[in-house]
Design a protein around this ligand. Structure first.
Ligand code: ZN
Length: 402
C-alpha cells in the first residue's frame, strides 16, 4: 500500500478537508513578461486564502513529464502513477457506472470515418453529436462474441466504452487507433501471452462492428484504446482514514475516484456553483471531499487564455459557498498544467494553495499565481505528498517515533 507509514500515525478527528482541483490549472504567459491566466484572473477569494495560507508547487509525475489526467489524479490521491498504472478505458467505463471487475477488459472507443479503401479519413467521425452516436452504440450492443459477455455504453459525442467479461482475459493490448488519418485502424495486438485470448476476441468484435456500421454516412468504423482492467487499488479509507466523496462532472474523474474507494455523487448541473452546492450538501457525511472542475483544462487545450481566466474567476466567485462550511483544510491546485499558449498538457509544476487557518504557517505570498507559488513556503513537492500535508494540517496525524 502506498504511504503505509501513515497508517500507524492516523488519528481520529472531526476535521474536514476539501481538495479542489482545477484541471490543467498551471499556465504560461502568452508573451514574455505577461501574466498567466491564473495571474490575470481577478480572484479576491483565492488571493485572500493565499495571504492567509501557504503556497507552493506540485510536480505531477516526475520533473519534465507531461501527464494525462488519469495518472495525474492518481498522484494527487497519493498513488505513484509509475507504480499504479490504470488504463483510461477502465477509468471512463467505471465513471459512467459500468462494472469493471479484476479480469475484465475495458477500453474506450471512438467512432471514426473510413474511406472506400478502409482508411481512416476522420478519427472522430466529424465529432458526431451524442444524438447521432447513441443509435450507433445501440447497434454495437447487439454484437455477440461466443465465450464472453460484452457491454457497450455511449460516453459522449463520438466516444463509447466497452467492457469484455469472461474467463482468461487480460488487458495488455495495444491501441487500435493509429493516431492519424490515411491509415486503416490497427488490429488489437496483445502485448503479452496472457492477453492473446482477449485480443483475438476483440478482433472478432471489431469485425462485426465494421460490418454493422458499413454504409453509415459519417461513422462507419471504430477504434479502441486505453485497454485496462480494475487495478484493485488500495482504498483511500484504509490509507488515510478518511471517508471520501467525489464531486465531478466528467466520467474519467468519477472513475478514478471510484477505483480508489470514494463515494461518487450524482447531482444536477455542470457549473462550479452547482458542484459547490453539491459539496455543501454532502459535507456533513464525509471527512474529505474531492471536487473537480474540468473547464480550466478545456480552455487551455483550446488555446483560450481569456476563457481559462474567466473559468478561474467563476470558481473564485463561487468559493464562499465552501468556505461557509468552515473546512479545517482547503487545498486548491491542478492535476497538471495546460498552458493556453501550448494548447496541450505540459510538464510545468502546478500552483498549490494550502489554506488551514488553525495550523498553517503563513508565507509571504499574498496572491494565487504561478510566480507567487514558485516563491511559496511549501516549495516544490511531488503531487503524491499533498494528502499527508492535508492530514497533518487537519490534526489527523500523530507523532512519528518517540
Ligand atoms: Zn487534467
Amino acid at each position: 500500500m502506498p504511504k503505509d507509514y501513515l497508517v500507524p500515525l492516523l488519528r481520529e478527528s472531526q476535521s474536514k478537508i476539501l481538495l479542489l482541483i482545477l484541471d490543467g490549472l498551471g499556465g504560461l504567459p502568452m508573451e514574455a513578461g505577461g501574466p498567466t491566466s491564473l495571474e490575470a484572473a481577478n480572484t479576491p477569494m483565492m488571493d485572500r486564502m493565499a495571504a492567509e495560507g501557504t503556497l507552493g508547487q506540485i510536480v505531477p509525475i516526475r520533473p519534465g513529464i507531461t501527464p494525462g489526467s488519469g495518472p495525474a489524479h492518481l498522484a494527487l490521491f497519493g498513488y505513484d502513477p509509475l507504480t499504479y498504472l490504470v488504463g483510461r478505458g477502465a477509468l471512463e467505463a467505471v465513471g459512467i457506472g459500468m462494472q469493471v471487475k479484476p479480469g475484465d477488459v475495458a477500453a474506450r472507443g471512438n467512432f471514426c470515418t473510413l474511406d472506400a479503401n478502409g482508411l481512416i479519413s476522420d478519427r472522430r467521425a466529424g465529432r458526431i453529436s451524442s444524438e447521432a452516436a447513441r443509435p450507433l452504440t445501440t447497434m454495437l450492443q447487439t454484437i455477440e462474441v461466443p465465450g464472453v459477455e460484452i457491454e457497450v455504453q455511449h460516453l459522449k459525442e463520438y466516444r463509447f466504452a466497452i467492457v469484455m467479461r469472461g474467463e482468461g482475459l487480460h488487458g495488455e493490448i495495444e491501441d487500435t487507433d493509429p493516431q492519424r488519418v490515411g491509415m486503416a485502424p490497427l488490429e488489437p495486438v496483445a502485448q503479452d501471452k496472457a492477453s492473446e485470448r482477449a485480443a483475438k476476441l476483440l478482433r472478432q468484435w471489431i469485425g462485426s462492428a465494421q460490418a454493422l456500421l458499413a454504409g453509415q454516412p459519417q461513422a462507419n468504423g471504430v477504434t479502441l484504446r486505453g485497454f485496462g482492467t480494475d487495478p484493485v487499488l488500495p482504498k483511500f479509507q484504509d490509507m488515510y482514514g478518511l471517508k471520501a466523496a467525489c464531486v465531478a462532472v466528467y466520467p474519467m474523474y468519477k472513475g478514478v475516484s471510484q477505483l480508489v474507494g470514494m463515494d461518487v455523487q450524482r447531482f444536477e448541473g455542470e457549473q462550479p456553483a452547482d458542484e459547490f452546492a453539491e459539496v455543501a450538501r454532502v459535507w456533513p457525511d464525509y471527512d474529505f471531499v474531492f471536487c473537480h472542475v474540468k473547464k480550466t483544462d478545456s480552455m487551455g487545450e483550446d488555446g483560450n487564455f481569456a476563457g481559462k481566466q474567466a473559468i478561474i474567476e467563476i470558481v473564485d466567485q463561487a468559493l464562499q459557498t465552501v468556505l461557509d462550511l468552515k473546512p479545517e483544510v482547503v487545498i486548491i491546485t491542478g492535476d497538471h498544467s495546460t498552458p493556453a499558449k501550448m494548447k496541450y498538457h505540459s510538464w510545468h509544476p502546478v500552483p498549490l494553495l494550502l489554506w488551514a487557518p488553525e495550523r498553517g504557517l503563513q508565507d509571504l505570498q499574498t496572491a494565487f499565481g504561478e510566480r507567487a507559488c514558485a516563491l511559496g513556503g511549501l516549495g516544490t513537492i511531488p503531487a503524491t505528498e499533498i494528502l499527508p500535508l492535508a492530514l497533518a494540517h487537519a490534526g489527523r496525524l500523530g507523532k512519528f517515533g518517540a
